[in-house]
Each structure stands twice: as structure tokens, then as C-alpha cells.
Write a protein that binds this ligand. Structure first.
Ligand SMILES: Cc1cc2nc3c(=O)[nH]c(=O)nc-3n(C[C@H](O)[C@H](O)[C@H](O)COP(=O)(O)OP(=O)(O)OC[C@H]3O[C@@H](n4cnc5c(N)ncnc54)[C@H](O)[C@@H]3O)c2cc1C
Length: 460
């Protein structure tokens, strides 16, 4: 950005949020140039930390009048370049807008500002016996979760972020503030703007408040570990469990390599075979015991080689901590590698086909990595690694990604179950949705953001 324009913009932003909450320092720009993906960093010109909706509104109006890009920032934990400010401009870091505004305990709802991290929010909500169910591995912000429609291990039972939002407050590109949705569980009044903003990755508006659906903390639960001779066999059991009408609160698939990586944590000691990690919640111990018996039978029918049910609270917490840390462990073990994360999802009946295909692709393309996924909702991840300095390997990783996505689309699925489109998935959008649907999405983008200032270069 040209120096005089930058100086004018900085001055105007300082008037809005105070001088100490605007920065053009290299350290702050670097910290907001990149998410957790392998996509190349891009520096913003300025970072601002607003505290109120009114300030966000004034920032948007200023940026719109000057046609300067704005990119929202929660925790920066995206995995598809979603937060990378491709056109520079202003990054709005929502870190100072991190308050719980109201706990509607009797309605199982909470209203929060977007910058609160969901794990911190859940610690407070536990005092009310409630929790917000979507649980991406990283400690993401609520704004980032809404913007990416994040999901996690508990989605199989409680849904993704989209299924747990009641209402939003949003600042539009021109600075106008609107409210969408209501606190009523049933809502049928007009176009569903709440869910249009959800998953829009900050390209349609800036979320400044969210009312979320909560659940009572389960009183009775049990974790289960089941091992299988092969990854495809474990994936078949996933279909068996869901097909039997069981209602797991989590159903995760891990290949043997993923288990080996998890076992590098001192707190985890799992059999190094393809595994299903499960959790069941129930109103009484008796319901869970009956459910676990059925799980055992289904797993046995699917060739289970090891089964442990009734895992207690401490061990269960360690298992889920290990599962949530899997991504971090992989990045730590291969710090100098370029990595590619796939995030496809398919209808549950096709999950075994997808898992078998992806499993064989590692050997066929000689790719190093691990396969795991939120199996209960048909979501399969792989992390594939290659050397940074080896251009040929990077081409192979892209081929790996393309082949996995093509297979998922052929099976009736999607290129991204939860990480969003960001930069890396844009090339698949027309294949997945068709030219007509993409044209409609582009029209929606132009309607909400005619000057293309909101996270430009993302989604469509
Ligand atoms: C180790 C690891 C494990 C992960 N596991 C999962 C997983 O299991 N499931 C899953 O879904 N994701 C997972 N993720 C990805 C990531 O945590 C989620 O996408 C999360 O929702 C991002 O939240 P964030 O606060 O970091 O958002 P950011 O990365 O900061 O931003 C995400 C997007 O939202 C926009 N944005 C941020 N705040 C706002 C706002 N207030 N208004 C409008 N737009 C905004 C940004 O511009 C960007 O486009 C994982 C990431 C890591 C590093």
C-alpha cells in the first residue's frame, strides 16, 4: 500500500479504536500473515483490534470507501489458507471481543462475542452444566468456527457449528449492522441469513455476536477402543455401527500410523493397529451398558481383534486429548516438510469405499502420512508429507489430493467436510457444485460485497 494512503488509513483507524489497537509493526503483520496450512503467507498492511460492534462497523465503512481489503481473524487455526490476507489491507483481530454476553441457561443457549475461544467458553459453561458441542482440535474462536462451519469429534451426535447456531449479529461490507435469526428453536421466517453467513469464511460479512445452541453435560458416558486387522475393516465397522441405529457421541477412525503418532505422547498407550475410538452418552448407566453390548457385537461381526469398553473419565480425557493433538504431533515430527491435509466427506454408506481407496493411494503414490477421520459423519482426513525442497514430491501431493477429492465427489460427497474452501479447495468448486450454482454464489458475493473487500480471493 502506498505510504501516504497507509498513513491516512492508520490515522483514521486510530481515531476509531485508539492508537494502541492499530499496528503496522512487522511482528504483528507476520503473526497475521498465515494460518496453520502450508499455503504461502501474505502480509496485511495493518492489524486492528476492535472492542465493539460500532468500531467494527466504522472500520468496515472506512475500508469500503477506500476499497481496502478486510480479513477477519479469530485464532488463525484454519487449515486451508482461509485467514491469509491475499490482498493485504486490514486484518481485524477479534481477540478483544471475547466476552460471554448472556447465558440463557433455561433455554440451553449462550450469546457471545466472536473472539472468545470455544474451550474457554466451555469452561465457563460447565458451571451451568452446559456445553457447546462442536469441537475442532485447535482452540478456535467462535467467530472462526461460525465462519468456517467447523465441526469435530462430536459432530456425529450433536452436529456441526451450523447445526448449533440460533442467531448472529453481522457487520456488512458497507458498515451496516444487521441481526439474523432468533432464539426460537423453530424458525421459518424468510430467507435463512444465519446459515448463509455460516461457512462463508468472512467473505459476506463480519460476525460480531453469535447466539449458540448448548447441550447439558452428559452425566453418564463411556469411551470404547476397538482394533481391526486393516483400515478398510475398521471403516466397514463404522458403517455397521451407524447402520445398527447406535448413537455414538464420537466415532473416530485412526489408521495404524496415526495410532503410532498418538502413542508418542506419554499419556497415550493404544494398540498400534487400525482403531475406532468411540464415546457413548446416556441418561443412565444401564442404557450405556446395553448400548455397549450392541457395539461389541457389531464390532465382533466386523472382525474386531481387540475391544475395550467402559474406559473411565481420566483415560477417556487422555485419549481425546491425544486425538485432538494428532495434527500438532504430525507437524512437530516433520517440521521441515510441506504437508497437505485432505478433508473430504461422503455419505456414510460410501465411507468404507473411500477409506479403502485412500488407504491404497498412499502405497500407489509412495506418499508418507497418516489417515484418520470423524468417521461417524463420513469425514476422512489424511495428512500427507513431502520434502519442501522437492518440487516433484509436491506435484505428487497435489495428485494425491486431487485423486482423493475426485473419488469423494464420485461417491456423492464433498471436497471439504469442515475446513472450508479457503485457497486450496477453490479449484474443486465447479466440479462439486456446477457452473450454475457457482454463478449464484458469485452473485450473492457481489450483492453483499460489491467492492470485493471482504477476505477477497476466497471461496468463489
Ligand atoms: C491441529 C488442528 C486441528 C484441527 N481440527 C479441526 C477439526 O477437527 N474440525 C474443524 O472443523 N477444524 C479443525 N481445524 C481447523 C480450525 O481450527 C477451524 O477451521 C476453526 O474453525 C478456525 O477457527 P479460528 O478461530 O482459528 O479462525 P481463523 O482461522 O482465525 O479464521 C477462519 C475464517 O473465519 C474468518 N473469520 C474469523 N473471525 C471472523 C469473524 N468474526 N467474522 C467473520 N469472519 C471471521 C477468517 O477470515 C477466516 O476466513 C483444526 C486446526 C488445527 C490447527
Amino acid at each position: 500500500m502506498e505510504a501516504t494512503i497507509l498513513a491516512q488509513l492508520t490515522n483514521a483507524l486510530q481515531q476509531i479504536v485508539g492508537a494502541e489497537h492499530v499496528s503496522s509493526a512487522d511482528s504483528d503483520r507476520n503473526l497475521h500473515a498465515k494460518d496453520q496450512s502450508s499455503h504461502a503467507a501474505h502480509l496485511p498492511d495493518l492489524v486492528v483490534w476492535p472492542e465493539t460492534t460500532a468500531q467494527v462497523s466504522q472500520i468496515a465503512r472506512l475500508a469500503n470507501e477506500n476499497q481496502v481489503a478486510i480479513t477477519g481473524w479469530g485464532a488463525g487455526s484454519s487449515l486451508e489458507g482461509n485467514t491469509i490476507p491475499l490482498r493485504g489491507g486490514i486484518v481485524i483481530d477479534f481477540g478483544r471481543m471475547n466476552r460471554i454476553l448472556a447465558v440463557h441457561q433455561n433455554d440451553f443457549q449462550v450469546t457471545v462475542q466472536p473472539g472468545i475461544f470455544y474451550k474457554d467458553m466451555n469452561k465457563t459453561l460447565a458451571q451451568y452444566g452446559l456445553f457447546f458441542a462442536p469441537d475442532p482440535g485447535a482452540n478456535a474462536s467462535v467467530g472462526g468456527m461460525v465462519a468456517n462451519n467447523a465441526a469435530g469429534t462430536r459432530t456425529v451426535r450433536y452436529g456441526a457449528t451450523r447445526d448449533n447456531i440460533m442467531a448472529l449479529e453481522v457487520v456488512l461490507a458497507n458498515g451496516e449492522v444487521i441481526r439474523t435469526g432468533s432464539r426460537s428453536v423453530k424458525q421459518s421466517a424468510g430467507y435463512d441469513l444465519t446459515h448463509l453467513f455460516t461457512g462463508s469464511e468472512g467473505t459476506l460479512g463480519l460476525i460480531t455476536e453469535a447466539t449458540l445452541k448448548l447441550h447439558p453435560l452428559p452425566e453418564h458416558f463411556s469411551a470404547v477402543v476397538a482394533a481391526f486387522a486393516s483400515t478398510p475393516a475398521a471403516a466397514e465397522a463404522v458403517y455397521g455401527i451407524i447402520g445398527s441405529g447406535l448413537n455414538p457421541a464420537a466415532l473416530e477412525l485412526l489408521d495404524a500410523d496415526s495410532v503410532r503418532y498418538m502413542n508418542t505422547l506419554e499419556s497415550v498407550d493404544l494398540p498400534e493397529r487400525p482403531l475406532l475410538l468411540m464415546e457413548f452418552h446416556g441418561a443412565s448407566a444401564a442404557t450405556i451398558t446395553a448400548e455397549l453390548e450392541l457395539v461389541r457385537q457389531v464390532c465382533d461381526d466386523c472382525g474386531c481383534t481387540y475391544f475395550e469398553a467402559g474406559v473411565g473419565r481420566d483415560e477417556r480425557d487422555r485419549l481425546w486429548e491425544g486425538r485432538h493433538k494428532l495434527g500438532e504431533i504430525l507437524f512437530r515430527i516433520y517440521p521441515d516438510s510441506i504437508y497437505l491435509i485432505t478433508d473430504v466427506a461422503v455419505p456414510i454408506s460410501q465411507y468404507p469405499v473411500l477409506a479403502a481407496y485412500t488407504n491404497s493411494l498412499f502405497a500407489e503414490l509412495h506418499v508418507k502420512g497418516a489417515l484418520f477421520g470423524h468417521a461417524g459423519d463420513g469425514n476422512l482426513h489424511t495428512v500427507a508429507f513431502g520434502r519442501k525442497d522437492d518440487a516433484a514430491q509436491q506435484v505428487v501431493l497435489q495428485t494425491f489430493n486431487d485423486r482423493v477429492v475426485q473419488k469423494a465427489l464420485a461417491l456423492g460427497g464433498t471436497c471439504t467436510g469442515e475446513h472450508g474452501v479457503g485457497i486450496g479447495k477453490q479449484k474443486y468448486m465447479v466440479y462439486e457444485h456446477g457452473e450454475g450454482a457457482i454463478a449464484v454464489m458469485s452473485s450473492i458475493k457481489r450483492l453483499f460485497d460489491p467492492n470485493n473487500i471482504l477476505n477477497p480471493g476466497k471461496v468463489v
